[in-house]
Design a protein around this ligand. Structure first.
Ligand SMILES: [Zn+2]
Length: 88
């Protein structure tokens, strides 16, 4: 090992929503929160879609197949990016 001190270069980063044209699209999904008899979550989940209506249609289908499954959570995936603000 050398006796040199390590030099750390500190850079300020900012985390922000990625709204660039080539950013990944925001996607929507719905997950079934209904509890089974053993208190475990159903956990059934729609596929992710850029159209929020697609998971909603899935939820109606899930309800038709499982008439007691009436509780859902929306899962939104929004791209964020680290923005390098330059050396401090
Ligand atoms: Zn369910």
């Amino acid at each position: 090992m050398s006796g040199r001190r390590r030099v750390f270069r500190f850079v300020e980063w900012t985390l922000r929503p990625d709204k660039d044209e080539d950013a990944p699209a925001v996607t929507y999904a719905l997950r079934c929160l209904t509890l089974r008899d053993d208190d475990s979550e159903c956990g059934a989940r729609s596929r992710a879609s850029t159209d929020p209506c697609v998971p909603q249609e899935w939820a109606f289908g899930h309800l038709r197949a499982n008439p007691e499954h009436t509780s859902y959570a929306e899962v939104i995936e929004r791209p964020w990016v680290m923005w390098r603000g330059g050396p401090a």
